[in-house]
Design a protein around this ligand. Sequence first.
Ligand code: MF3
Ligand code: CO
Ligand code: CO
Length: 258
Amino acid sequence: MSVTIKTAEEIEKMRVAGRLAAEVLEMIGEHVQPGVSTGELDRICHHHIVEVQGGIPAPLNYGNPPFPKSICTSVNHVICHGIPSDDKILKKGDIVNIDVTVIKDGYHGDTSKMYFVGEPQPHLERLVRITQECLYKGIELVRPGTRLGDIGHVIQQHAEANYYSIVREYCGHGIGAVFHEEPQVLHYGRPGTGMELKEGMTFTIEPMVNAGKPQSKLLGDQWTVVTRDRKASAQWEHTLLVTATGVEVLTRRQEESF
Ligand code: MF3
Ligand code: CO
Ligand code: CO
């Protein structure tokens, strides 16, 4: 399949799925505390998605080997796809990305945010803030006529201007009835290159920014991705719709102003 342009009916379903995914991130915030396990966070999100929202957690049994949990929890030097576990207890000073994908009425909403466990060290707070700014700078460019390379470039520039690095091995993606569809949305690139955005496209931007070097390593569980230098990594993600005049952030949270 190539890039899909969503119909009005599909867009309405994407809005619902996106809102539900955003609500999970809003709901889980108060539970991210020193002493909680990522396994417990997974159970709380699973229950909310299935029992409260009537949705399906897309990560559960996704891929090969099947992902074993309902959310991804990526702590400190874990870049992405961390597997929740009762043995992983969050402690003061940790940073954790929670990545939620909800399927509702056959359509996906995919979003992640960073949480601080207790008071953050200033260098980690800065990494998390700059990474969020990378996402927002990408979102600002989304409208018909923008090219994917324009988005990748602005994200890469902002990260590297702050002496951070961009993870190359993983990227954003088209999304809809399929979790990961075309196009690939790279978080680096050159202006004026790549596919041109069109009204009705839906895709994610989800930059992974490393405090140290860009290289990643896949652990033996075949999911968990860590930084090779074991320095910290941050990620933020939204699902976006290209509108006639700009962008609609389908996974916007109440704390966000756009
Ligand atoms: N939510 C991730 C993304 O942003 C994908 C997770 S796949 C999983 O694309 F199987 F690890 F959950
Ligand atoms: Co995604
Ligand atoms: Co995601």
